[in-house]
Design a protein around this ligand. Sequence first.
Ligand code: ZN
Length: 134
Amino acid sequence: MIKKIEHIGIAVKDLKSAIEFYEKALGMKCYKIEEVESQKVKTAFFKVGETKIELLEGTEPESPIIKFINGKGEGIHHIAYLVDDVQNTLNDLKAKGLRLIDERPRKGTEGFNIAFVHPSSTGGVLIELCEETK
Ligand code: ZN
């Protein structure tokens, strides 16, 4: 059902200085910056072998990323798993009693359909499900 870790999402206060850290200290290269207005986030992507790092900066005070940082500080925000079919996976997880944030897939970054599963039913980890749409 789960094919691989598509990316790891990391909440940052300042995208520009975070990109600088990943590029200068870790030698990674940011290949894309994308703003998702509906989610009130600006994201930066880095390829790491088969997976990616997604840095997320909130763009408005009520952004979920800013709320997350206010509560827990900067750091790992979510793990994104690649699946064949997000809706099927959501149905399956719901049937197993997990609490979903999204009942239906929606458009995410990188042309994926995505949905989130609530950390209260996954041992504290916000899970993102991703499905390729091509
Ligand atoms: Zn993500």
